[in-house]
Design a protein around this ligand. Structure first.
Ligand SMILES: O=C(O)CCC(=O)C(=O)O
Ligand SMILES: [Fe+2]
Length: 254
């Protein structure tokens, strides 16, 4: 039944390319962040695990809030070898930015009419980690990697209303200025990812300008994948950064 789970992936180097869409807050477009084979695999892995997407309320309790967030979510097992490769790829991307650990990978799925209204990925109160290696430590979500996994959706762009728009030279295939002229919309192109920094580097508080939405899917289905990286309270956000190797194993379940 679960034969996919027994596949062991060696971490292959993935050749991706990057473009900066916004410097402050930092938003980077990453083309080819995951391969088609990786997408096929995580979609099969996640397929039986989808449940109604949840939100955190003010007390950090998970709740379902439709229609605010009407999609489905599948948490992927941290122990899976490909999930670990993708997680390490994300952490390596961070370079001199704190990259001790990330939350469990999660898939999101939107059917027509489904959306995720305006929200921040950072949390108003720090989260308390429940993972084995950093249990009890307070953290917030420093980096967001949102990867588009395909599904032939129309609509379903990711919308940042408070970020300066894309260059007028952009052809609109990857990202564009929305029709109202305000902000940035990024199209769900299979294999591409959007990376941004959620917290103010100076003090670790949430950056309001990173509020964003997953716009309603008009037709087809949209799949995405979240990888959120952690900033521990009282750690420096920007290096020179020496990562703690002992934290690289077994971080999951947040
Ligand atoms: O669906 C999107 O385009 C964005 C999803 C998102 O922001 C999230 O899952 O936190
Ligand atoms: Fe988000």
């Amino acid at each position: 039944l679960n034969e996919e789970r027994d596949v062991f992936w060696d971490c292959l180097e993935q050749k991706y390319s990057t473009e900066i869409l916004s410097l402050d807050p930092l938003i980077v477009y990453i083309e080819n962040f995951v391969s088609d084979a990786e997408i096929d695999y995580v979609m099969k892995l996640g397929d039986p695990l989808f449940q109604d997407s949840q939100l955190f309320d003010d007390e950090q309790v998970r709740t379902v809030d439709r229609p605010y967030r009407s999609s489905s979510t599948a948490f992927l097992p941290y122990s899976d070898s490909l999930c670990q490769c993708i997680g390490q790829r994300a952490l390596k991307f961070l370079g001199f930015v704190e990259h001790d650990a990330h939350e469990r990978l999660q898939l999101v799925r939107y059917y027509p009419g489904q959306e995720y209204n305006l929200h921040s990925d950072w949390l108003a109160k720090p989260k308390i980690s429940r993972s084995a290696q950093d249990e009890g430590r307070e953290y917030n979500r420093l980096g967001s990697f949102f990867t588009y996994l395909g599904g032939n959706a129309t609509g379903g762009e990711t919308y940042f209303p408070f970020v300066s728009g894309a260059s007028l030279e952009s052809d609109g295939k990857k990202y564009a200025i929305p029709s109202n002229g305000q902000g940035l919309v990024v199209k769900p192109v299979k294999g591409s990812a959007l990376f941004w920094i959620n917290l103010h580097p100076s003090n670790g508080t949430g950056d309001q300008r990173t509020f964003h939405a997953g716009l309603p899917v008009l037709s087809g289905v949209k799949y995405g994948m979240n990888v959120w990286t952690k900033h521990y309270k009282s750690s420096p956000i920007i290096g020179p950064y020496e990562s703690r190797e002992d934290l690289h194993e077994g971080s999951y379940d947040d």
